[in-house]
Write a protein of this length. Structure first.
Length: 184
């Protein structure tokens, strides 16, 4: 069983945590994020960091305990360092272009796919590697969801490996059909 909720969330220098009832606001050099706590979870700020505690030991409250701790840790990391996902676009004629707050993907469809880039997320092309998108922002959930939305247009297929994949993702390739000599 995981005891992640019992670990304190360390607060680096330059990060400010403020409380307003059940609402927690975390400010850092990259931005500001806020979160409303469930009523069964309490958070205290001490010298070692944020201490998360729960009111009772029901299964729902115990799961919220670890969840709230993980969300607060992600918020602290996001406002201090930020999060980044890198997507590789692999395939002949597959490419992406970023213009302002619009992402255009050419993925072998009869039409280009146009996506609005959400507020708080930046998308850019890697200057060193061709066809690599860099999605970054301070909110881990939003960065991951936007990356997953982009990937969903052409997930990597197992025969030729074409599609959009996360950088470093391993795609298990399948053998295609082989021609065999027919019996006479």
């Amino acid at each position: 069983m995981s005891r992640i909720g019992n670990q304190p969330v360390l607060i680096p220098s330059g990060v400010d945590v403020s409380f307003q009832g059940l609402k927690i606001t975390i400010k850092g050099s990259k931005g500001e994020l806020s979160f409303t706590l469930p009523s069964s979870i309490t958070v205290e700020k001490k010298e070692e960091g944020l201490i998360i505690s729960r009111a009772d030991s029901t299964p729902a409250t115990r799961s919220l305990h670890g969840l709230v701790r993980a969300l607060l840790a992600n918020m602290v990391t996001g406002v201090s360092k930020g999060f980044e996902k890198r997507l590789e676009i692999i395939g002949v004629g597959y490419r992406a272009a970023v213009a302002g707050k619009k992402l255009t993907l050419n993925l072998g469809f009869s039409h280009p796919v146009d996506l609005e880039i959400p507020a708080g997320i930046s998308v850019q092309m890697d200057t060193e590697k061709k066809n690599v998108l860099i999605i970054s922002g301070i909110d881990r959930q939003r960065v991951g969801q936007f990356s997953a939305n982009i990937r969903s247009f052409r997930p990597p297929e197992p025969y030729k490996g074409k599609g959009i994949r996360y950088e470093g993702e391993r795609v298990i390739r399948k053998a295609g059909k082989t021609a065999s000599k027919g019996e006479k």
